[in-house]
Design a protein around this ligand. Sequence first.
Ligand code: NDP
Length: 447
Amino acid sequence: MSTNKTVESVYELVLKRNPGEKEFHQAVREVLDSLVPVLEENPAYADARILERIVEPERVLMFRVPWLDDSGKVQVNRGFRVQFNSALGPYKGGIRFHPSVYLGIIKFLGFEQIFKNSLTGLMMGGGKGGSDFDPKGKSDNEVMKFCQSFMTELCKHIGADTDVPAGDIGVGGREIGFMFGQYKRLRNEFTGVLTGKKLNWGGSLVRTEATGYGLVYIVDEHLKAIGKSFEGKTVTVSGSGNVAIYATEKVQQLGGKVVAMSDSNGYIYDPQGIKLDAVKQIKEVERKRIKEYTSIHKGAKYSEGCNGIWNVKCDIALPSATQNELDIEGAKTLIKNGCICVAEGANMPTTPDAADLFVESKVAFLPGKAANAGGVAVSGLEMAQNSQRYAWTFERADAELKNIMVTIYKNINKAAEKYGKKGNFIVGANIAGFVKVADSMLDQGVV
Ligand code: NDP
C-alpha cells in the first residue's frame, strides 16, 4: 500500500466497481504503486483525474457465442472485448480462448496492454478480448464454427482504424484465419482488421516468432549491459506454446541451453538441452501433451505439475505460460539456485510477492509489459505493411523488432533511474508506459 491519497482512493474505486476481478485488481495495484513519484511531480495528472479515467475501460463488450458441435448439439460460450484506452491509436490487443477466461482476466490483460503498447513507440491503444471456449480436444470444424460465431458479433465493433485484435493463449494462425474469413464475408472488405495473419494473405514475417524473439532480445540487451551474454547460460522456459517455443529458439541461436519446458499438466527436463523440433512437432503439429517428448528423447524426464519447473537450476528463467504461474516458493528456489535474471514472456506470470523478492534480491526482473512487447510491436508493423499493401523481408522486420526491444530496455532503465529506482524495471516500465498515455490524454481533453 502506498501513502499517496490519489492512488489509494483510485484503488478503492477499482475494488468497488469491479468486484471479484482479482487479476484486474492485481494489475492495477502494481501500476498505481509505481506511479507515485510521477504523480507527485506532475499535479496536472491528478487535476485532470487521469488515474480515475485510465482504470475505467472506454467500452466493455460481452456477448453470447452460440455454435453447433460435431454431434449437432448447440453449445453456448461467452465472448468479450474490452476497448480500454485509445489515447495512442486504435485499440490493439490479443484474443484469448481458454476456459478460465472471464471479465477480470480480459480487463487485466487490456489494462496491461495500454502501457505495453505505449512502450513499443508505435501508435496503438490498448484492448483485449476472448472467450471461455476451450479449443483443446475440438475438431478443426468445431473451432471454425466457434470462430465464425464469435466474429459475427465482434465484427460490429472492430475495424482497421478502430480496433485490431490478434492472437493470445488458444488463438494462433488457425483461429485468426477463421475469424478473418468471417469478418471479410460479413463486412465485404479485405483490411488489416486482425494481426497474426498467415503470410499468403497479409501476415508479417517474424510475427509468429516476435514475442519469444523479442523477449530474448531484451534479456540479451540486459546481459550486455552487465558484461555478460547468453553463451553457455542455462535457461528454463515455462509453457510450450507460441511464446515459449520461439523464446527457446532464439536462446539456442544465441548459444544458451534451454533445459526445461512445460504445459498445463507438467514439465520436461532435458539436461542435454531441449530438442526444439520435437517440441514443435508435438505442440504445433500434433497438438499433444509435452509429456510425449520423453517417448522420443529417453534422456529427458517428465514430472507432473507445471510449478515444479522452477526447481530446475538455471541462470535465466523465462515464465511464458500464463498469469501467476511463478509464486514466492518458486522465486525463493530460483534465487537459491543462483538465477540472475527473470523475464516475463507471459502476462503477469509472477505473483506480486515473488516479483518484489526478485527486485529486493537484485535479480534482474523484466516485467511482461516490457519483455513481451515484441509480439504487439510486430503486430503494429503488420498493420503498417497492410496499410502500405506491401510486405517487408524477414531481415527488415526482425531488425525493427530488435531495435524496438533495445529501445524499450533503454527507456525503462532511464525512467527507473530518473525516479530514484535504478534497476527496478517494474517501476521503469510502468512509468515510461504511463507518461506518454497520460500526456496524450491531457492533450485530448476530457474524453
Ligand atoms: P499458447 O496458447 O500458444 O501457449 C500457452 C502455453 O501455456 C501452453 O503451453 C499451455 O499449456 C500453457 N498454459 C496455458 N494455461 C495454463 C495454465 N493455466 N497453467 C499452466 N500452463 C498453462 O499461448 P501463447 O504462447 O501465445 O501465450 C503465453 C503467454 O504469453 C500468455 O500469458 C499470453 O498472454 C502472453 N503473450 C502472448 C503473446 C503472443 O504474441 N502470443 C504476446 C504477449 C504476451 P497447454 O498446452 O497445456 O494449455
